[in-house]
Ligand binder design. Structure first.
Ligand code: 76R
Length: 264
């Protein structure tokens, strides 16, 4: 199996490890296994972020994404050449939302909410089309920016008798999601979110990856979302993993995996 490329979306691996201190101390080049694996993955057109974890759930976090699941699996296997013990992982695929506004809906909104008509309406729609195309492309084929902090958690939508997301009509879900997105947009520029789908693939339905320079922004956005009906009524959450995003060699050095250059 040389390549396994999903017909829609990219593969995403969230991998969390504890450093095996005894092995790490005996291997001065331990970090090099990790750094080399990152470099080889990037050379193959995939991306990986290294995270020095806060708290004792894990020491090192790795978020890897790209078109080929077989390549991602190879990367995962290569990392195990380093003195790392896996403690948690999450597998998901990037996805397009089914709740995005259509051009017709944006046209109606511009006319009714903003009173825009004629040529101005068409010009505004042109701008909207460009922005949305770029935004949607970036959701399916993302390039994650380096920010100081990253938090990851898996979540699902509730299927309780009195609050079952999956029994709501599409139009109701779409309206609720529009409210969710309105809250989200107020964090534009402060928090970058990557929502990846894992229904049928891992234990929860989505992986939520949040990147921000200001750690307080991570707390604020998740707190504010808790009051939004989509989260307040319908969301269930798994464990949270938070850490500092660093260049791979720096992340390794921080968690006690030395590369030749760092082992001074
Ligand atoms: O299509 C889009 O990407 C824009 C609208 C949008 C959708 C469809 C959007 C915007 N989200 C969407 C879908 Mn979101 N999001 C979360 C969480 O902790 C919590 O309570 C929830 C975790 C955060 C913090 C967040 C942030 N979102 C989803 C889905 C899939 C639901 C489905 O398909 O049923 C989940 C699970 C989810 C969860 N969301 C935004 C944000 C932010 C910051 C935005 C604004 C993005 C922007 O416009 O720049």
């Amino acid at each position: 199996m040389e390549h396994v490329n999903p017909s829609v979306g990219w593969g995403v691996l969230h991998l969390y490890y504890r450093v095996d201190r005894e092995r790490a101390e005996r291997d001065a080049g331990a970090g090099k296994h990790v750094v080399d694996a990152f470099a080889a993955l990037e050379a193959d057109g995939h991306q990986a972020l290294a995270v020095a974890m806060l708290g004792h759930k894990a020491d090192l976090g790795v978020i890897a994404l790209g078109p080929d699941l077989a390549r991602l699996q190879r990367f995962q296997a290569e990392l195990l050449a380093a003195p790392l013990e896996p403690v948690y992982s999450y597998v998901s695929l990037t996805e397009q939302s089914e709740y995005g506004a259509t051009e017709g809906e944006e046209r109606t909104r511009l006319a009714s909410e903003e009173g825009v008509t004629g040529d101005e309406l068409e010009a505004r729609l042109d701008v909207w089309r460009d922005r949305i195309e770029h935004y949607r492309e970036n959701r399916v084929h993302p390039r994650l920016p380096m920010k100081n902090c990253c938090c990851f958690y898996p979540m699902s939508k509730r299927r309780a008798a009195e609050a079952n997301w999956y029994e709501l009509p599409f139009d109701d879900r779409k309206e609720l999601m529009a409210g969710h997105a309105r809250v989200g947009r107020t964090y534009a520029g402060r928090v970058l979110q990557l929502i990846t789908g894992s229904t049928g693939i891992d234990d929860w339905e989505w992986g939520v990856t949040l990147l921000a320079d200001d750690p307080a922004a991570l707390k604020e956005i998740v707190y504010e979302m808790r009051f939004d009906p989509v989260s307040a009524r319908y969301a269930e959450f798994g464990p949270f993993f938070t850490g500092l995003v660093l260049e791979p060699a720096d992340a390794c050095a921080r968690v006690g995996l030395t590369s030749e250059d760092h082992a001074r």
